[in-house]
Design a protein around this ligand. Structure first.
Ligand code: TPP
Ligand code: MG
Length: 323
């Protein structure tokens, strides 16, 4: 990783965290309604995954704001979507869980746990059929690996040797359910081993995530078929805004936060890339301003027009959804 990329990853992680704190504040003020799942603590994974898998299609779940921004969607259009405004990336009709932008090959945002995995399989099948080498990445939580759709997706991706990267964000919880109470494995890659090559990575280390996913991407491009990467991470907040997260002990959270991905990346910038404090502050100020501008934009934007209620209900021109 060169210095420019390392700085960009740091910037996007700081931007992501500030964005999430701001979204939390505006949810509590009542500017945002519906569900809001925050990514605070998991930024290394969300940002480095998007920077490493820089081409190809991405399908993700509902904890998706930081990924969307790192993918290139503007913080303004993402914030406006959370506010339910017409200028939002899904025209204010999707909200937090449905950030969807085909121009960035970013297909959500899906509220159904594991529901996007068969969609990613279908897309990977289409890409292979079209002769594309870019591949597809599907991102999901540890909880999703207990769904039938997950095993069906592993099965068909493997049988068809599809260019599909399964990226599991293992944060140890599905809402308040501890992973060990619903599955016999701490490592969810065990479930994928019979089907494909698996890799593990420290999801709190942005550089390690980037390197692992670059290797996985190369494997797809080289035609080796699907691959499963498991990243171990930690969410600091509750599952969503309605969850105080009281099922975790203070000690557990302390251990978690001692691995903070932003602090670790800052250390890398200082020690390996000789970035000075003034340059770091410039990046942090830029992130702060981008979030303020996103909020101002969202507040000033209009509500969706009533006629929008009847748009995109039935599929018109579905053949072009994945072009
Ligand atoms: C099919 C389905 N079952 C249950 C739910 C309710 N639900 C929403 S999030 C969630 C937990 C998923 O946990 P995980 O996959 O580990 O993702 P994380 O929230 O940890 O990122 C559940 C059970 C749902 N949305 N869809
Ligand atoms: Mg989880």
């Amino acid at each position: 990783m060169n210095k420019l990329l390392a700085e960009e990853i740091y910037y996007l992680m700081v931007l992501g965290r500030k964005f999430e704190f701001s979204a939390k504040e505006h949810y509590m003020k009542g500017d945002i309604s519906g569900f809001l799942h925050l990514d605070i603590g998991q930024e290394a994974l969300s940002v480095s995954a998007m920077k490493a898998f820089d081409r190809g299609d991405v399908f993700s779940g509902y904890r998706v704001h930081v990924m969307a921004i790192a993918r290139g969607l503007s913080p303004k259009s993402v914030m406006a979507e959370l506010f339910g405004k017409a200028t939002g990336v899904s025209r204010g009709k999707g909200g937090s869980m449905h950030l969807y932008d085909p121009s960035h090959f970013f297909y959500g945002g899906d509220a159904i746990v594991g529901g996007h995995l068969p969609n990613a399989v279908g897309c990977a099948y289409a890409r292979k059929y079209q002769g594309s080498e870019e591949g597809v990445m599907a991102i999901f939580g540890d909880g999703a690996t207990n769904c039938g759709a997950f095993f069906e997706s592993l099965n068909i991706a493997s049988a068809q040797n599809l260019p599909l990267l399964f990226l599991c964000e293992n944060n140890g919880y599905a809402i308040g359910t501890k992973i060990t109470s619903v599955t016999p494995f701490l490592k969810q890659s065990k479930k994928a081993e019979p089907y494909m090559r698996t890799m593990e990575v420290d999801g709190m280390d942005a550089v390690a995530v980037y390197d692992a996913l670059k290797e996985a991407q190369k494997s797809l491009h080289d035609g080796h078929g699907p691959i499963f990467v498991e990243a171990f991470t930690c969410r600091y907040e509750g599952h969503s805004m309605s969850d105080p997260g009281s099922y975790r002990t203070q000690l557990e959270m302390q251990i978690c936060k001692s691995q903070d991905p932003i602090d670790r990346m800052k250390k890398v910038l200082i020690e390996q890339y000789q970035v000075d404090t003034a340059s770091l502050e410039t990046l942090e100020d830029r992130a702060e301003r981008a979030v303020e501008e996103a909020v101002d934009f969202a507040l000033a934007s209009p509500e969706p027009d009533e006629a929008e209620l009847y748009q995109n209900i039935f599929c018109q021109g579905c053949a072009n959804v994945i072009s």
